[in-house]
Design a protein around this ligand. Structure first.
Ligand SMILES: [Zn+2]
Length: 196
């Protein structure tokens, strides 16, 4: 049994805004009882997080497992700074060009990575992480497209500066995800699920 995570990633928050927005959302979640204010060791990938509060059940789909809040790893981690948010296990299957909608396959039918297709994306991800900007020229339409505008099969990747990572929570409701987006000033968000 591994650990599941869900992330709500803000696609529009800048590096300058991320800390403030992350703190505002966390304060709102604490006031609303979705998470508790105290922090302890309850997340993976960070020292501490916030465990579910008395009203956590208002933001999740009906839980098949009633006692998930008693798991050791069941907290919220707010991640800020330039981050490659990915789906954890497995390989990205395909990238989709937002200009011409062509689908760039990144794995074969037997799930082997296609190195020559993946290489320009890998390079761009490294460049974006270092500098905050990178383009990939679409092999179909030949237009350079910023990394953050590419779409990914199964929403495998999101590149952003602010993410809310919920560990082992039952699925967050779409209404809650929309509410977070509104609180972020109407920013575009993606809801990603993954497994470690
Ligand atoms: Zn294209």
């Amino acid at each position: 049994m591994g650990d599941w995570f869900q992330r709500i990633v803000d696609l529009d928050a800048t590096e300058e805004d991320a800390e403030r927005l992350g703190a505002e959302i966390k304060r709102w979640l604490i006031e609303r009882g979705v998470v508790v204010a105290e922090e302890d060791d309850c997340v993976l990938g960070a020292e501490t997080g916030n465990r579910p509060g008395p009203h956590a059940d208002e933001v999740i789909e009906p839980a098949p497992m009633k006692d998930w809040t008693r798991l050791w790893t069941c907290g919220l981690d707010v991640e800020t700074g330039r981050t490659v948010f990915d789906g954890g296990q497995g390989e990205p299957q395909a990238a989709i060009c937002p200009r011409c909608t062509s689908r760039i396959r990144l794995v074969t039918d037997s799930w082997e990575p296609i190195d020559e297709a993946w290489e320009p994306f890998a390079t761009a991800i490294g460049t974006w992480h270092d500098t905050g900007a990178a383009d990939i020229t679409c092999p179909t339409c030949a237009v350079p497209v910023p990394l953050r505008e590419w779409q990914w099969a199964d929403d495998y990747f999101a590149f952003g500066c602010l993410g809310f990572e919920f560990w082992n929570w039952p699925r967050l409701t779409d209404a809650f995800v929309r509410e977070v987006a509104e609180r972020l000033g109407g920013h575009r968000v993606v809801h990603i699920e993954g497994k470690l």
